[in-house]
Ligand binder design. Structure first.
Ligand code: SF4
Length: 660
């Protein structure tokens, strides 16, 4: 590793030789933390143990885990948080490694099936005229042309297609509607191709969703998605608990019933089996599910659905519940009675059976490790059972099954320790290391902590917070993210601030996330008001983002059903949920949020936290100990000096963020 990452090593030589500036940052230089990380990961692969590495932005952690993974000679799964991070790895880092280190390296990218085109559906749809309107017809023609050229069939190549395209929903390669080996297009199928590439690959790049979907399938003995592998690297590992919780839980929604009815109708018509009696059956599923889901209270939000609440619901609505289950059952029976039993209908009947089982699980089971809850969001009602604690599941299914699992992220430690992530994920044995920062935080960032703010729960807080935000924006000349922990706080402060500043002010929810981010990057002096989804995974290097303002410490909402259940479970165990769960969770969120500001060695800017609990409460110390060592001030005048406003220049008398 030293020969590659060390001073004067291969990576530095690549740059001196002047090649590959497009793939490796042109200002590449030897980074001790990167070398250390590569050695730690290499050691884990060689000695077959788990490792947890906290590596801040700028460490160059991708190469520091990819190269040891390649050197191990083992088949390694690399799991990233998002599809765009998968693309980044595949298009930027992998070609560099193939060119200079491992010309024969075979790499496969795997994504969920819904990302790929189903050739069979495309052909059927071309014949059947199931398209609605000119717009859909036009999009369909473009997809058809693209299908002749694409090698992957991955919808990411269809840049014109909106995220929520209804047409794509009719064409994607979801398992639900796939006839597998019986399909005439099985060989040229894009999903078959993806699996074949993965079978032959040394590295398989997935996202956490696909990884845990696979692990959950293995648990239920429903086969698997990924081929055999011997080690895993999780990048952005701080997201593992949330994603694992989703995949080891159960969920049904009104959409799933609608989709089942839609797919059943479409299949019956395509197979020329759409008799009035069968179509009435699918119509009945649709009507009964609509009636059933309307029984849930109309307000949006997430609500617990405890055992007694579910029992009371069933007592009141038993008829609608039974009618829904019966509509599924009788469709299955009717399909089974057909003389011809095409594979497509057998699959639909199986989906119907699974839906019935899940419905009954969600209403009639009472598993101790599950929290039952429902959510109403836009036009959807989602009934969910989520594991309260995934640590035992992951211990058994992941950490005891594989001898080398590497976790890395910029936000894993709380107060310099890995206890929280270890407990939450069930990692009993692993080497861990928090690497030193690559950035000069005391010089690059100033943390402003105003002293004279009311408590965040005080009625006067929003007005005072608006004053502070306006003053900060004037000093930074916009170019800021204002991050909130709830939509209501975001909307309230947005209304209070927008008419008082002259900068373009953007609001989350007014456009898709990626479009809003692009607008922020391309609009001079823009300010963005946003909530959770902008706290992480957002990269705006340079002056365009010069200030991050956080209104309050990002504690998870205590009334949220999952948070409440996790708190209760710890209390019942005689533990301290505030210290062991709520504070660490908020610390990691704050580290993520503030982490948006400094993305490169040349970045400079101001962070502001308007919540004085950080200064007043004993737990504030843990937050300060966990953050990088920013300069700290309580005075706006220092912020002005730091930014060189009004003729002031240079850095203020900033001090280290470590508590005195
Ligand atoms: S194998 Fe399945 S996903 Fe592939 S083309 Fe056939 S039906 Fe579609």
């Amino acid at each position: 590793m030293h020969e590659v990452f060390g001073p004067g090593g291969f990576l530095e030589k690549c740059i001196v030789a002047g090649f590959d500036r497009s793939t490796v940052s042109s200002d590449y230089e030897y980074r001790p933390a990167q070398l250390e990380m590569a050695e730690l990961v290499h050691d884990a692969f060689e000695s077959h143990h788990h490792a947890i590495v906290e590596a801040g932005t700028g460490t160059g952690k991708t190469l520091a885990y990819l190269l040891p993974a390649i050197c191990s000679g083992r088949r390694v799964v690399i799991s990233t948080a998002t599809k765009s991070l998968q693309e980044q790895l595949y298009q930027k880092d992998i070609p560099f490694l193939q060119k200079h280190f491992a010309p024969n390296l075979k790499v496969a990218v795997m994504k969920g099936r819904a990302n790929f085109l189903c050739i069979s559906k495309l052909n059927q749809m071309a014949d059947q005229g199931l398209l609605k309107g000119m717009e859909e017809l036009d999009a369909f023609r473009q997809i058809k042309d693209w299908a002749k050229l694409t090698e992957t069939g991955d919808r990411a190549e269809l840049t014109f297609l909106p995220d929520d395209s209804e047409l794509w929903g009719k064409l994607d390669a979801r398992r639900d509607t796939c006839t597998g080996k019986n399909c005439p297009s099985f060989n040229p199928c894009f999903v078959t191709g993806m699996h074949q590439r993965a079978q032959e690959a040394d590295l398989i790049i997935v996202n956490h969703h696909l990884f845990f979907a696979d692990l959950a399938l293995k648990q239920d003995d429903f086969g698997s998605i990924l081929p055999e592998y011997s080690a895993v690297v999780f990048d952005e590992a701080h997201e593992m608990e949330d994603v694992a919780s989703d995949y080891f839980g159960r969920q049904i929604s009104n959409f799933r019933f609608e989709e089942l009815a839609r797919d059943a109708d479409q299949t019956l018509r395509l197979l020329h089996l759409g008799t009035p009696s069968l179509l009435r059956k699918t119509q009945r599923i649709r009507e009964r599910s609509r009636g059933f889901f309307e029984l849930f209270p109309p307000r949006d939000g997430r609500f617990s659905f405890l055992r007694n609440e579910r029992e009371a619901f069933l007592e009141q609505n038993r008829e609608a519940y039974d009618a829904l289950a019966t509509s599924l059952k009788s469709t299955e029976t009717e399909f089974a009675a057909l003389t011809a039993k095409p594979e497509e209908l057998t699959r639909i009947a199986r989906r119907s059976f699974e839906l019935r089982q899940e419905l009954s699980f969600l209403f009639e089971s009472n598993e101790r490790n599950f929290v039952y809850w429902y959510e109403r969001r836009n036009k959807g009602v989602f009934l969910t059972a989520t594991p309260i604690d995934v640590s035992q599941i992951l211990r058994e299914r992941l950490f005891e099954q594989f001898d080398t699992v590497i976790l890395t992220s910029a936000t894993l430690t709380v107060g310099g320790r890995f206890d929280y992530i270890r407990h939450r994920l069930g990692i009993d044995h692993a080497k861990d290391r928090a690497l030193p920062a690559e950035f000069d935080y005391p010089k690059q960032a100033l943390l402003y902590l105003p002293r004279k703010m009311p408590d965040v729960r005080d009625a006067g807080f929003p007005a005072k917070a608006a004053d502070e935000i306006v003053q900060l924006l004037e000093l930074t000349h916009g170019r800021a993210f204002c991050l909130f922990t709830s939509y209501s706080q975001m909307n309230d402060l947005f209304e209070r601030v927008r008419s008082r500043v002259s900068f373009p002010v953007l609001l989350q929810g007014t456009a898709p996330r990626s479009a809003l981010l692009e607008r922020f990057k391309n609009t001079e002096a823009a300010v963005l008001f946003a909530t959770a989804s902008f706290w992480q995974g957002v990269d705006v290097p340079g002056e365009q983002l010069s200030c991050v303002i956080v209104d309050r410490l990002p504690f998870a909402v205590p009334s949220d059903p999952i948070v409440a259940a996790r708190v209760r479970a710890l209390q019942e165990d005689g533990r301290n949920p505030f210290a062991e769960l709520q504070v660490p969770q908020a610390v990691l969120s704050l580290k993520q949020g503030f982490g948006r500001l400094i993305r490169a060695k040349t970045d400079r800017g101001v962070l502001a936290l308007l919540d004085t609990r950080l200064q007043r409460m004993p737990y504030g110390k843990i937050f300060l100990e966990s953050l990088p060592r920013y300069g700290v001030t309580h005075e706006l005048a220092d912020v002005a000096r730091f930014l060189g406003v009004n003729g002031a220049s240079g850095r203020p008398g900033a001090k280290s963020a470590s508590p005195s």
